[in-house]
Design a protein around this ligand. Structure first.
Ligand SMILES: Nc1ncnc2c1ncn2[C@@H]1O[C@H](COP(=O)(O)OP(=O)(O)OP(=O)(O)O)[C@@H](O)[C@H]1O
Length: 338
């Protein structure tokens, strides 16, 4: 009997000691809606924006300021809604990833980060009412689980306006909706809407020989919202989300210049070097960047595809097969200006 009672006593002691910590042990291994897993690394984001995002001074400034203010406010009046605009390959998805990585320990894999692509998740042939219900339920249940949820909508301009309108209540100034508060969530919309006016502004500065870093939001705000409102093909235009002022910040991403393409190639080379695949070489980066397509044809001011497809171009180049005149996936905005 003696050894049994000793064993029972030891087991009781063990459980007493560790059971109260059961939750914290679990939260050590499994992602929870807790500061260990979700907290804003302001310095990390600042450093990433300065060192990893090229040619986007205005986007960097707006994103950093809006997130600093929002994440340090314990009682925001509404969720943060950012709408990122710009042509293909200028860094909309990339900067979103930087934001996510500096809030969620698990980055894009976090179960509290929800990424939707209009084509993939809401194909136009699907019944809109079913999509609306599913999307609303998804948002509600995610925020019920974790108030610090993030929702990213890519290709927002291709999204059905009815679907955009169905998320409006969650973006508004409500304390709660059916017992759920959405005020600490973040919504990020990505689209090509407004690219024409962003390109035109950047081109005006380029032609005037002015530094693009001098471009201020005031130079753009009016023309950007005008061009979004007047794009009849856009889901944004047809939805009432903009009209009702539910977007907190419009974030313009400028077309990238030759020097930014070189920076992107060098960044990719550094990633490869860290995996033991060669060394960064500025001469090679310059050679690859020269093979890029630029617009307008005469001035060759901006890259037609931003920094997109760098990996494959670098692959081609390093295997001595440079892709010449490969059509960019999407360069409608640039074509108009040629
Ligand atoms: N401004 C930038 N600074 C650094 N890297 C960039 C930048 N823009 C693009 N890149 C690089 O190019 C890749 C493609 O860019 P990204 O997916 O962010 O483009 P996008 O603006 O979202 O384009 P799309 O409108 O076609 O979705 C990124 O993964 C990143 O490696």
């Amino acid at each position: 009997i003696e050894p049994i009672s000793i064993a029972v006593g030891m087991a009781a002691g063990f459980l007493n000691r560790y059971l109260p910590n059961y939750e914290s042990i679990l939260s050590y291994f499994y992602e929870r809606c807790q500061p260990e897993w979700i907290s804003f690394n302001q310095t990390g984001l600042k450093t990433d924006l300065e060192n990893r995002l090229f040619g986007q001074h205005l986007a960097s400034r707006i994103i950093l300021k809006s997130l600093n203010d929002f994440m340090s406010n314990d009682n925001p009046k509404k969720p943060l809604v950012l709408s990122l605009h710009g042509s293909a390959g200028t860094g909309k998805n990339f900067v979103t990833k930087l934001i996510v990585e500096n809030i969620y320990k698990e980055g894009m894999k976090s179960k509290n980060v929800h990424f939707f692509n209009s084509f993939l998740h809401f194909p136009h042939h699907s019944p809109i009412s079913a999509c609306k219900t599913q999307l609303q339920q998804w948002i509600k249940s995610s925020v019920s689980n974790c108030e610090r949820s993030m929702f990213i909508f890519d290709e927002m301009d291709k999204m059905h306006p009815g679907l955009i309108d169905s998320i409006k209540p969650y973006l508004d100034y409500y304390d709660e909706l059916d017992g759920v508060s959405y005020r600490k969530s973040i919504f990020i919309f990505l689209s090509n809407d407004g690219e024409k006016s962003i390109i035109e502004t950047a081109l005006d500065f380029w032609r005037a020989g002015r530094n693009r870093e001098e471009i201020d939001l005031t130079d753009l705000e009016e023309s950007l919202s005008f061009s979004i409102f007047n794009n009849e093909n856009s889901g944004f235009f047809h939805s009432s989300l903009i009209k009702d002022n539910l977007v907190d910040f419009f974030v313009p991403l400028f077309p990238l210049e030759y020097s930014h393409v070189v920076q992107c190639i060098m960044a990719e080379m550094k990633i490869r070097a860290s995996k033991g695949e060669g060394l960064p070489d500025l001469d090679v980066a310059n050679k690859v960047a020269k093979e890029w397509r630029y617009f307008p044809k005469t001035e060759r001011a901006f890259s037609s595809t931003g920094c997109k497809t760098i990996e494959s171009k670098l692959d081609y180049y390093t295997s001595n097969k440079i892709p010449r005149h490969r059509p960019p996936r999407r360069a409608e905005g640039s074509a108009k200006l040629q």
